[in-house]
Design a protein around this ligand. Sequence first.
Ligand SMILES: Nc1nc2c(ncn2[C@@H]2O[C@H](COP(=O)(O)OP(=O)(O)OP(=O)(O)O)[C@@H](O)[C@H]2O)c(=O)[nH]1
Ligand SMILES: [Mg+2]
Ligand SMILES: [Zn+2]
Ligand SMILES: [Zn+2]
Length: 497
Amino acid sequence: MRNEGCGLPSLLALLVGLPVCVVAVLNWPIVVAALLTVPLVAGIVAVCLGALSLTWLYARTVHAVLFAGAHPDEPAPGPGDDPAHRSYHGGPAWADLCAVVGGTWRSSAPWTLLLAPHVALYTAAVALHQCAAWVCVGVLRAVDAALLVLRRVRMVCPHCFRRLGYPAYACECGRRHTAIRPGRRGILWRVCLCASRMPTLLLFGTADLHTVCPYCTHTLEHRPGEAPELVLPLFGGAGAGKTRLVNGLYRALEQGAEPFPDAYADTVGHGARQCLGEARAVLRPSSRTLPTLPGHRVRGLTVRVGAGGSTLLLQLYDAAGERFARTSTVGELGYLGQAATFLLVVDPLGSDAVWSPLGPAEREELAPVRSRTRDPELAYGQVLEEVERRLGPAVRRARLGVVVTRGDLLRGTSLAPDGTGQEALSHWAEHTLGLGNLLRSARAHFGRVRVFHTCAVTDPDGRVDPSLGRLLRWVLEGLPSAFGALVEEPELLDGPG
Ligand SMILES: Nc1nc2c(ncn2[C@@H]2O[C@H](COP(=O)(O)OP(=O)(O)OP(=O)(O)O)[C@@H](O)[C@H]2O)c(=O)[nH]1
Ligand SMILES: [Mg+2]
Ligand SMILES: [Zn+2]
Ligand SMILES: [Zn+2]
């Protein structure tokens, strides 16, 4: 009991005395410093361990999201979207960032706030990546657009006649990509939902893909975008000679290309092959072309012409003459709004001034090739109205070729023009064919008007008539001279129109 009574005071004496002795015997500031250092070091160690474990948690989340498949699912393309996966810059980069922040918060809230520098660094990296990717997108699109302008490429669908900003492309799996150019679904290429890779620009070879019209979804076999397109509408009354002339123009190009090893004139697509494939036979003197059916859908007949390393896509439009007689049917011919050169085809035999002086025998012989319409002004008036409606003031920059056909039938007669010069032809058209009013109106509305007299009949050797070459040279004016050279005939060149 006594021993226990002495214990407490001696313990108190030890507790108070020992520090006093230590402070007295030793240097007290050192002791105080040592005493303070312990919790400080412990605190620092604790903070470091905490930061390390937070960083480890953060790194684990980043790894899981970026590399271990814990990233958010890609949203399925919406109804108006292309069926392609998004590129990393096109959404997933930001989605991953959000997933990392969310994942870290879930595992270590509220300590995640301490990871602000990590998140800031990650955000900066994502922002930098986005900037670089979108700058690439912009530059590539600008270069592609500039090349199209420089190469004077305008794309027109020969089926629905609409101008294409850019073609659409169908993947092997059948999915249609209407906005293939660089964007959020790819920079140099995109990946279709079927996992096929597709280039994103004509520059990178989209023309090798199955090309379709983004509006009417028709297949475009002529590889639009690779070469300038020349839209050439022919119009005129029923039986004026449009179909035979179209065949003649194609054959003249094909024949013109024969002497040049690198030149060619090929039909593109089923429609063109069907209408122009028999051009040789159609142009024989004994052959008669069949009337084009008014109910037939009009399609551009595409001819790919190559010469001197350049390519041209010539789109010839040949509608039935009946279509040009009424405003409602002319209004359907949307291609009239895409052209800058027009050919009005006129049958000279249709004119009473030419027909009346003929004897009964001649009339009987020529009656089968006389067109069914007498007045070319009807078609001219309807088309002019439509072209003005569609082109507006640009009509003043358009060209009109007035092509009088059946040169072979009038040749050598008193009804033939006095030469192939423009002055002689204009005078003949005005005074013999009675086209004075029409030509005056044409000159008042169109930028340039020129009269041609053609013969869409081959000679006994199967050669096309030089008159077709003269018409083609005018049509091809402004394009690389190699195209004009295909139908060159220097000694027959006329003066300027
Ligand atoms: N001899 C000769 N006959 C021609 C010439 N051009 C057209 N023809 C004939 O004139 C007739 C009508 O020619 P098409 O080319 O079918 O006339 P179109 O303007 O296409 O007629 P539609 O399709 O009915 O609007 C056919 O018998 C042709 O063979 C030509 O330059 N010389
Ligand atoms: Mg026809
Ligand atoms: Zn189309
Ligand atoms: Zn696909």
